[in-house]
Ligand binder design. Sequence first.
Ligand code: FES
Length: 726
Amino acid sequence: MKGTLSINVNGKDYEFPSLPGETLADLLRNRLHLTGTKIGCNEAECGACTVIVDGDPVLSCIYPAERAAGRKILTIEGLADAGILHPLQEAFIQYGAVQCGFCTPGQIMVAYALLQRNPTPTSEEIRQALVGTLCRCGGYPSIESAVEAAARALHNKVSVDPPMIEPSIHAQKVIGHSVHRPDALGKVTGTAIYTDDLVFDGMLFAAVKRAGVPHAIVKSIHIEPAQALPGVVSLLTAKDIPGEHNHGLVIYDWPSLVGVGERVRYVGDAVAIVAAQTVQLAEQALDLIEVEYELQPVVSDPVQARQPETSALHENGNLLKHIKVRKGNMDEGFSQADVILEHTFHTPILEHAFIEPECSIAVPTMDGRMHIYVGSQIPYSDRNQVARALGWADDRVRIIGQLMGGGFGGKEDITGQIHAALLANATGKPVKLLFSRHESLLVHPKRHATRIKVKLGAKRDGTLTAVETELYGDTGAYASLGEKVMTRATTHSAGPYEVPHVRADCYAMYTNNPPAGAFRGFGVTQSAFAVESMMDMLAEKLGIDPIELRYKNALHVGSLTNTGQVLQDSVGLQECIRKVQAEMQRIAGLEHPELPLFESHPVPGSPHLRRAWGIAVAYKNTGLGGGAPDKSGVEVELFPDGTFEVRTSAAELGQGLVTVLRMIVAEEFSLQPERVNVLVMDTDLTPDGGPTTASRQTYATGNAARLAAQSLRQAVTSFLAEKFDT
Ligand code: FES
């Protein structure tokens, strides 16, 4: 019938009125509520939205729904047969191919199509098939193994063979053995719920007017035509913020909305927010908002930002922090050196590119509170920042953390939570704010770009005598975690080596670039690149094997670090270097005899490329660092049915914290891990586990869980001893 759309999805026939411009992904997600089909980029780049149409994989985010008329659609929800998992789903669980899970439905559907047309693919064919389906958690080897295992199972008509995993030599009852993630089943069947999958009655949709200019003073904002657009329910500017105008993780320097007369400091700054009945109307309203700017000179580089003539971006100037490390005497160190090398390195801004873009939903409650549904790496900080923007006490806000499709440090700063809350407060209705991929790229903090100058002195035998570094970190428009990230870059800038004379000066500078903050490696990445490049140059200069050079200088038990810590125990670097060296020699001998270590060779067929391999070593703190004590809160409860619950607001963003906590508590009680449930990321129900940042959670929250479990075990033991008089 004209104007209707007949479609078969997962074996069921449906008929819908057709909507102009509707994509297959929208139809599946919004009309059939099949939210296993994920939207990562909405422009056919990431592959998360892959479904099968008449046997072929298609990217449903750009596939017109009308084109699917009369065709058979298979989504992740239709893959299991009468509750029995498809071998691909089974294998993804067994082989640990699921992390954050946001890419998983797309990966499985692409693999399904591959196995339909090629039941016995080679590794190379699997890689080729999955090349357009991105996994930012980096699970490719496990994904490939899972597809191979599923192919074997299907071909031989047997169940999926489990991977051969030897327990660790230090294995105890649970720790050291392989345990399946508790959230894997939902992630392979498409039933796992992420923030954008949630729908609330009467929900409005938000959009943000971004400045689009890097540095300017706002002269005027005209909102009347946008306000008059039918379907627009609320439009707010800075003057409508009831509480504090700025937010921030450490320093409150980031305006939630830039008002008239105020300074725009980067292109992603927000000047107005809209809530409307549909996303399209909200975006239409943005086009009707007129903002007049007085453009200012742009500060695009941290070295330029430190020049006295450069205009100040913040009240206290452009220097966020001068970070120093001092050890020994540099003149003495360099006078002892036979060789002195100097070089300057540059590292660029980097984007986390988690596959799930940021989404926040704010829901006002009948008792005058605000619930925020969001995937956040620091729920308690979100609560505090939202409450301050609303002018409320913290406990009127509840953060209800959702599954996260990756974060990698990029979901530590608050993004849409405050805007959604302001609009929900103004309208009295639930408000969803979902970033487009472009907005995600534009707005959230990145890895710091750096300029690192290294001067390194060594004796003829390779012994390091002195390392001097000068670092410039581009912290962008706002502080975010710039001070902490660049502190790590500075304290680690002489590498994991015993160096008697060290000096480091780091200037974390504000610029008009996007803010920079946390990102896997947390600052050490940049300085490790610089110092390890220098170690290779030194090895070449002295004619010493690069591995031996590193081994000779490596930190060991008893070493004094550059920040004055004597390493007492558990310093495995030298042992690690020897193991890596043995493995490199094994691979070089067995698998790549044509590639001797540390020599480069032309790539056959690509004369402009050369292939080589080498080694780099690095070390990094875990925890909030700076030598400060760290802390984390965990509750462990035993229920009458013999199951346990572990509660903490630490974040599960795909890294596996829930599994880790489950294992730790199960270990303490000698239990099957399945008897331990873990609840995370709810500020009403779980104590503060602190930020999920800088690789701290297994150590900090893991130890809190261990200690809580030990206390509980002690209490249970005492109770039973008394009761049974034994
Ligand atoms: Fe692939 Fe996270 S598991 S993106």
